[in-house]
Design a protein around this ligand. Structure first.
Ligand code: PLP
Length: 391
């Protein structure tokens, strides 16, 4: 019998993909399903970016590129960071990867091993915990709380650090909650980390362009005190509606950058060349499409939050970032995952149960409002009807 090594028994999954497949299967049977499950913009990639990708193919960019990415893209990433965060980063510190996930995969592989502890947000992106468990390290969930506006708490995070902690993962604006951590909390975290110089930090800022109500995104790159142990994760998937192109980038301290380069050489070799040229057009080109998408998400955010708060026994804090709402459904009497399954099978609305994002996700659902206002209204109507009949 074939026997895969035991670490594969510990690797997890991302249920959003399973829900996407189930929603597609129901739609193929003729069912009308509104999909608020998957976290991807419903907009097409802006036309000038698509054209740049096509041009790159026509211009003959068909071969391998450097494993760390083509120099003009690494320079464009450094310019983007300077423009958005006011921070100088050397293009040499930038690594181009096939999607934001690959940065977290690399960082967790670098620090995860039996005996090590890795702190990660809970509820949080499910791949953090999955990868930590895969490496044999101990996952230490940092609770992300509704009564804290779903921001991470510096105090609670720092209290969980031990001499075995090797990596701390933070994510703001956050998936699945839409929480944005305010500057005071980030300041306090960085200050506290000074006493723990052996802890690396992975800052997942993939939703950094999406904040609302005047809330500012605070990048950890802006803190010189932790730059020598900070891994900054960003990418094109969400900001430029490019989930299928597979383009991410990260900034690494020097020794870690070389380790990341070796992981690339040993696995994917490089990001596909045309995608990298499209990435330059995304970062250096006009940003109007990004502004228009964020404005649309903002309008839909209001619709979704207002609608959710009118549902029986449901309450929803107003998310300040990303494109997710994380309503509290504990008072409906349903377990969150059972409710998500019933909503899909019986009401034709795809959402994700909070427990798919961690132990602290029980009692919540995640709705992605990266969908049209019309579909959001239809989903809320169906949820209202379902909950009125089945509560
Ligand atoms: N980080 C967070 C918090 C995410 O929500 C996602 C995607 O959903 C990613 C990273 C990964 O993005 P990518 O599709 O670029 O791999």
């Amino acid at each position: 019998m074939l026997r895969v090594v035991p670490s594969f028994d510990r690797i997890g999954d991302e249920n959003a993909f399973a829900v996407l497949a189930r929603a597609a299967a129901l739609a193929a049977q003729g069912r009308d399903v509104v999909n608020l499950g998957i976290g991807q913009p419903d907009f097409p990639t802006p036309a000038h970016i698509v054209e740049a990708g096509i041009k790159a193919l026509r211009d003959g960019h068909h071969g391998y590129t450097p494993a760390v990415g083509i120099p003009p893209l690494r320079e464009a990433v450094a310019r983007d960071i300077h423009r958005r965060h006011g921070v100088e980063v050397s293009p040499d510190a930038v690594m181009v990867v096939p999607g934001g996930k690959v940065t977290m995969f690399m960082a967790i592989l670098m620090f995860g091993a039996p005996g090590a502890e890795i702190l990660y947000p809970d509820p949080g992106f499910p791949i953090y915990r999955s990868m930590i468990e895969f490496t044999g390290a101990t996952p230490v969930p940092v609770p992300i709380r509704e009564d804290n506006g779903f921001a991470f708490s510096a105090e609670e995070t720092l209290a969980l650090l031990t001499e075995r902690t090797r990596l701390l993962i933070v994510n703001s604006p956050a998936n699945p909650t839409g929480g944005v951590t305010p500057k005071a909390e980030v300041d306090a975290l960085v200050e506290g980390l000074a006493a723990h110089p052996g802890v690396a930090v992975l800052s997942d800022e993939i939703y950094g362009t999406m904040t609302y109500d005047g809330e500012a995104h605070v990048s950890l790159l802006a803190y010189p005190g932790i730059r020598d142990r900070l891994i900054y994760l960003d990418g094109a998937s969400k900001t430029y509606a490019m989930t299928g192109w597979r383009l991410g980038w990260s900034v690494w301290p020097k020794p870690l950058h070389d380790a990341a380069r070796k992981l690339a050489v040993n696995s994917f070799s490089c990001v596909n060349a045309a995608t990298q040229w499209a990435g330059i057009a995304a970062l250096d080109g006009p940003q109007d499409d990004v502004a228009a998408m964020v404005a649309a998400f903002d309008r839909r955010r209001r619709l979704v939050v207002e609608g959710l708060n009118r549902l029986p026994n449901v309450s929803c804090v107003t998310p300040k970032g990303a494109f997710y709402a994380f309503p509290n459904v504990a008072r409906t009497g349903w377990k969150a995952k059972a409710l998500a399954t019933a909503l899909l099978d019986e009401a034709g609305v795809a959402v994700i149960g909070g427990p798919d994002f961690g132990i602290h996700g029980e009692g919540y659902l995640r709705l992605s409002y990266a969908n049209s206002a019309e579909n959001i209204a239809r989903a809320l109507d169906r949820m209202r009807q379902f909950l009125s009949e089945r509560a």
